[in-house]
Ligand binder design. Structure first.
Ligand code: 5GP
Length: 191
C-alpha cells in the first residue's frame, strides 16, 4: 500500500537491523486518516471471506482494527495482555514471547465474544517472528472460530513470521513488506 510505504519512509526510523520505530503514526501518536485508509483496504481485500469479527492484540493493533471492523460492518475484539479482575472465568489464554521486549506474557480472549459460529480476521501492526499472530490464531481456534486471514500493517519479510503463518495454511495480507532495515535504511520488497 503506497500510502503506508510513503508514511514509513517519511516518518519511520530503523533503530537497528531488526527494529522499526513508527511511534509518530501507529504506536504512540496515531494517524486516524491513515488508519481509516488501512481499514478500507483490509475490508476490500477480505470482503468475500465472511468475516464476523476482527480480532486484534492490545494496544497498537486497536486503531487499524477499529477502522477495519467499521468498514466490514462487524465488531472488533481486543485480545488482552493483562488479565483483569472483572474478566470472568470463561476465557482462553495462551503464552506469547514478545519480539520487542524479549519477555513473555499471557494473551487472553473472553469466550463470551468469539465462538464456533465466527470467522475472524486477525489484524496486528507488525509481523516479525509470528509469535503474536500465531497466539491469536490459537485463541480463535480454541473458541472454535474459523480464521479468514491475517492482516498486517508492516511485515518484516526478512524474519520468519510470514512463512510460519503460511505453513499453517493462513492467508496473510501485509500492506507494507520491509525487505531490509539498517540505521537510516528502510527498503521494501519489490512489487
Ligand atoms: P512477532 O510476534 O511477529 O514476533 O512480533 C510482532 C509483535 O511485536 C507486534 O505485535 C509488535 O507489537 C511487535 N514488533 C515486532 N517487530 C517490531 C518492530 O520492528 N517495531 C515495533 N514498533 N514493534 C514490533
Amino acid at each position: 500500500m503506497k500510502l503506508l510505504e510513503d508514511k514509513i519512509l517519511a516518518e519511520g526510523r530503523a533503530l537497528s537491523t531488526s527494529i522499526l520505530k513508527v511511534d509518530s503514526f501507529i504506536n504512540h501518536q496515531v494517524d486516524p486518516d491513515l488508519m481509516n485508509e488501512i481499514g478500507k483496504e483490509f475490508a476490500r481485500y477480505f470482503k468475500d471471506c465472511h468475516v464476523t469479527k476482527v480480532l486484534t492484540i492490545e494496544s497498537s493493533g486497536i486503531a487499524p482494527s477499529v477502522y477495519t471492523a467499521m468498514h466490514l460492518g462487524v465488531p472488533m475484539i481486543i485480545l488482552k495482555k493483562q488479565t483483569s479482575k472483572i474478566l470472568n472465568s470463561n476465557v482462553a489464554q495462551t503464552n506469547i514471547t514478545s519480539f520487542t521486549k524479549g519477555t513473555s506474557y499471557e494473551l487472553t480472549l473472553s469466550l463470551d465474544y468469539v465462538n464456533e459460529n465466527d470467522t475472524v480476521l486477525i489484524v496486528d501492526d507488525f509481523l516479525a517472528n509470528g509469535e503474536a499472530a500465531t497466539g491469536a490464531v490459537r485463541l480463535a481456534q480454541t473458541a472454535g472460530a474459523k480464521i479468514a486471514g491475517i492482516g498486517i500493517l508492516i511485515e518484516k519479510s526478512f524474519q520468519k513470521g510470514r512463512q510460519r503463518l503460511i505453513d499453517q495454511g493462513l492467508n496473510v495480507y501485509s500492506l507494507a513488506r520491509v525487505a531490509r532495515l539498517d540505521e537510516g535504511v528502510i527498503e521494501f520488497v519489490r512489487h
